[in-house]
Design a protein around this ligand. Structure first.
Ligand code: NDP
Length: 327
């Protein structure tokens, strides 16, 4: 495993990490979740990603129980939660980035995890109804209280991140160090263009999500719709529609031919492609089966396969390279 600083912070994060969205406490049994975490940890993964909304809090409960059971030294891993969507409550005070919900969401996440502190706490989406100042202050105070160590954002714009950063700087508060954006061969603009200035100015790190576009970039939807996968799950039609458009599937067919020709599996190529972007601090992997995780972990050994030639070939297939503004 390779480790690098998360943005300009001193936190050493593994280049691959493991997330629990839609799997822990939902799609897979707890014993599978445990095996996934064990395989990840044995292979040097030190970051486990979670959120209050995942399986409405159940994902954090499952992960917390596993962490208790395996009893790894608390200083050997990084665990996150995310605040914004709430954990299923119906009251207006149970979501958002206002001080009340941030403080309560943190307390509740710690309870569910049975942990004393979170290493990373993300604002899961921007909250247009709460002043950014209130959010920055609330995060800073949680750090001062020792309940979280670092904080970040997820799916914020560069402008929103910059605003939080500037407010923190002017008021000697601790600002966000990391953003968690979607990044894969289909979704590129934020990571490749929008954030390009703030990697340097702020020293922003990134923990990128859905490297396989929910499994589509593994190629398994090319011939038929497999049973027993995420995109067949009840209530996820929106995710299926987003990821299995004809345009995307046609590109994956072509990528599969490339994969066959060079003899490296498509999931490995797709993840190695994400890793080849130097502004990606860690690629958060998702897996519903042990074999998937073992396969995906190999992408680090193949990080050099994205040569200029292969990259150009992929670029030609994708035909979606985002334009940089002319300055
Ligand atoms: P991926 O796009 O990699 O999708 C993972 C899913 O793809 C697996 O659960 C599995 O689903 C399938 N899969 C994985 N590997 C293989 C393989 N080798 N062969 C075939 N199928 C495979 O990542 P996720 O979408 O899960 O995102 C990763 C993490 O990112 C999440 O767990 C979460 O922590 C974070 N995230 C954050 C978000 C945010 O808003 N901040 C939003 C979404 C995710 P199946 O077997 O069911 O097909």
């Amino acid at each position: 495993m390779e480790y690098n600083n998360l943005g300009k912070s001193g936190l050493q994060i593994s280049r691959l990490s493991l997330g629990s969205w839609l799997t822990f406490g939902k799609q897979i049994e707890d014993k599978t979740s445990q095996r996934l975490m064990e395989i990840a940890y044995e292979n040097g993964i030190n970051f486990f990603d979670n959120a209050e909304i995942y399986a409405r809090g159940q994902s954090e409960i499952v992960m917390g129980k596993i962490l208790k059971k395996v009893n790894w030294s608390r200083d050997s891993y990084i665990v996150s939660s995310k605040v914004f969507f709430g954990s299923g409550g119906k009251y207006p005070t149970q979501k958002g980035l206002n001080r009340k919900h941030i403080v309560e969401a943190c307390e509740q996440a710690l309870e569910r995890f049975q942990l004393d502190y979170l290493d990373l706490f993300f604002c899961h989406r921007p909250d247009k109804t709460t002043p950014i100042e209130e959010t920055v202050w609330s995060m800073h105070q949680l750090i001062m209280q020792g309940k979280i160590l670092y904080w970040g954002t997820s799916e914020w714009s560069a402008q929103e991140i910059m605003e939080a950063h500037m407010f923190a700087k002017q008021n000697h508060l601790i600002g966000p160090i990391v953003e968690q954006p979607e990044y894969n061969m289909f979704v590129r603009h934020k990571v490749e263009v929008e954030f390009s200035q703030i990697y340097e100015t702020i020293g922003l790190g990134t923990t990128i999500w859905s490297p396989l576009a929910s499994g589509v970039l593994s190629g398994k939807y090319n011939d038929k719709f497999p049973s027993d996968t995420r995109l067949g799950m009840e209530g996820l039609d929106w995710l299926k529609e987003k990821n299995t458009t004809l345009e995307r599937l046609e590109k994956v067919q072509k990528l599969a031919l490339l994969s066959e020709r060079i003899g490296i599996s498509l999931p490995i190529i797709s993840i190695a492609w994400c890793l080849s972007n130097k502004n990606v601090s860690t690629v958060i992997l998702g897996a519903s089966k042990e074999e998937q995780l073992k396969e995906n972990l190999k992408s680090l050994d193949y990080s050099t396969i994205i040569t200029e030639e292969i990259s150009a070939e992929i670029e030609k297939i994708l035909n979606n390279k985002p334009d940089h503004p002319p300055y």
